[in-house]
Design a protein around this ligand. Structure first.
Ligand code: GAR
Length: 190
């Protein structure tokens, strides 16, 4: 691909994946430019991370719009203004609707803390622990209209620490931070 791709990160929470991606760009391990952080949760910690990183944030609450379509149109306007080419979901806990899917065909990527198609949706780590699986993992995939569906780009196995959610979560996050950066780099250097 010609040039350095401009991307936006969408996040709803802490933003540790945004941080890892931003750090990788700064370290020269990922050739992309984070031009925007979009959050559907004004006040989420990812906003603070973005501020420190010097990346513009767009905090927008879906409840202030009468439809998902109007909410996404508002986001799209901002993405177009900043010439965003890729959308990187990093803990964005909301389904992507038609407005963004049609504007960014095969250009929206997600990370999920399980080996999909196992344990889609919220609290994948908790669900895996309750199920008693011995291994879980991380999936990076293209986004479609479904919940954590879409063609898989990369997966990595993580061993569950039996009865210890905290440690299991730490392992998963460590793998996420490496795998997301690596996968995006492969995708963008094609
Ligand atoms: C990550 O574990 C990510 O995989 C998950 O949210 C967490 C966000 O952490 N995403 C999903 O569950 C998507 N269905 P972060 O805010 O620290 O990056």
């Amino acid at each position: 691909m010609a040039g350095i791709p401009k991307f936006a990160v969408f996040a709803s929470g802490s933003g540790s994946n945004f941080q890892a991606i931003h750090d990788a760009v700064k370290a020269g391990k990922l050739s992309g430019q984070a031009v925007l952080v979009v959050t559907d949760k004004p006040g989420a910690f990812v906003e603070e991370r973005a501020r420190i990183a010097g990346v513009e944030t767009f905090a927008i609450s879906p409840s202030t719009f009468s439809s998902k379509e109007l909410y996404e149109k508002e986001i799209l306007q901002k993405l177009v203004e900043l010439e965003v080419e890729w959308i990187v979901l990093a803990g964005y806990m909301r389904l992507i609707g038609n407005v963004l899917l049609e504007a960014y065909p095969s250009r929206i990527i997600n990370i999920h803390p399980s080996l999909l198609p196992s344990f889609p949706g919220k609290d994948a780590i908790g669900k895996a622990m309750v199920h008693g699986v011995k291994v879980t993992g991380v999936t990076v995939h293209y986004v479609d209209a479904g919940m954590d569906t879409g063609p898989i780009l990369a997966q990595q196995v993580v061993e569950v620490v039996a009865g210890d959610r905290e440690q299991t979560e730490e392992r998963i996050h460590a793998v996420e931070h490496e795998l997301y950066t690596k996968t995006l780099q492969q995708l963008w250097s094609r």
